[in-house]
Design a protein around this ligand. Sequence first.
Ligand code: PMP
Length: 419
Amino acid sequence: PAFRPPAVVGAGLRVPLATGGEAEYANLDYAASAPCLAEVKAAVDDALTTYASVHRGAGYASRISTGRYEAARAALAGFVGARADDQVVFVRNTTDALNLLAHALPAGCTVVVFETEHHAALLPWEGTAAAVRRLPAPAGPGEAVRAARAALRTAAPGPRLLCVTGASNVTGELWPVAELAAAARAEGARTVLDAAQLAPHRPVDIQALGVDYVALSGHKLYAPFGAGVLAGRADWLRAAPPYLRGGGATRSVGARTEWHEGPERHEAGSPNVIGAHALAAACAALVRTGRERIAARERELLDRLRRGLAAVPGVTELSLWAPERDRVGIAAFSVDGLPADLLAAALSAEHGIGVRDGLFCAHPLTRRLLPPGAATAVRASIGLGTTAEHVDRLVAAVRTLAADGPAWTYAPDDSGRPA
Ligand code: PMP
C-alpha cells in the first residue's frame, strides 16, 4: 500500500478567498513552522489532564510531570544520538539554544561561521567576548570544508567553534555537515549544528555526524511553539554561568550560591513540561513513521514543485550550489516583474495558498541569491501534510499570476486584504 504520512492538525481547512468562494488551505510554509501532528496534539491533551510543576512538588501530579519532563529529555537524547555524557538542555527554540551556547563559550574562543547562516546562527556569537570570523558564501560544499578548515587553522590559539547549518532555510540545500565536523575535529575545534531545518526532514545524529552540539526547534518538528533543545558536550555548559538565574538551577543558596552542574543549571524557572513532552512525542512519531520513508515522499513532492516552477516563464529558483544537489523540502523563487510580497499576498487571497516572502532571516544569503531587480523572494516549503494537489495548485497559481498579475492590489499593511 502507498505510504500514508501521519496526519497533521488543520488538514482540510477551508479558507475564504478575496475573489469570492473558498478553497482548501494549501499550507506551503512548513519551513517557518510545521503544523503539529494529530498524535502530538493527543499527547498534549493527555498531558494537560494531569500536570503540575516539576521537581519541586511531591504530589501525584508533580511526580507525573517530572517523569514526563525527564522522559522527554531522555527521548530527545536518543533522537539526536547524544553521547552518554552529553547534556540535553530544554530551551525555547533554536535561537535560544544557540544563544545559550554563545553564553557558554570558554574564554578566548574563536567562532567560525558562514555568512549564509540564518540570523539565529549568525548573530549570537557577536554579543560575546569570542572572536568571530565570518566566512563568505562558499562556491560549493568542498570549498566550504576547505574554507572552514583554513579559518580554524589560522584562528588565534585557544578553543574554536565552527557553526554550520544542516539545511538552509532559504534554499533547502544540505550542507556537508559530517565533512565540516571532521575538518573541525582535525583542527582541534568543535562544531555546532543548526538542525532547525534538517531535523524535520532527515535523521540528525550527533555521533554519526561527528558534531559536538545540536540545536533544534519543536515548532518546525511537528510540535507546538515554545520548546527546543541544545544537546551536546557537557564541559562548556557545566563551566558556564547559568543562562537564567533563579529557582531550579541552584543546589543551595546561602551566603554564596551553588549552581547545579546538570542541564537544570541553565533551565531556571518553571520549565515548559508540556512543550518538552510534545516535542518528544513528535520525535517518536517521526521515528516510528520511518525517516527514510518521510524523506523519500518529500523528495518526490519537492521534485514536482521544482520542476513545475522551473517550467513557468520568468521564475528563478534561488540556489547557492548546483541545482541537482539534494535538499529538504524548500524552494525559494522570484518572478520577473512581480514583487514577492505582492505574489505572496495574491497566492493567499486569490488561491488560498500560504507561503512566506521576504529575506527569511538570512539577509546576506538571500540578497546574494536574488536575481537582479528583485528585493525579496517567495519561499514554498513542504512537509507531512503537503499533497501533490497542493504543489500543483501552487505551480498553476504562480503561472497565472506571472502571466496576468494579481487580480487585486493589496493593502500595504501586510494584512493580505485587497486594498
Ligand atoms: N536556523 C534555521 C536554519 C532556521 O530556519 C530557523 C527558523 N527559521 C532558525 C534557525 C531559528 O529557529 P527559531 O525561530 O525556532 O528559533
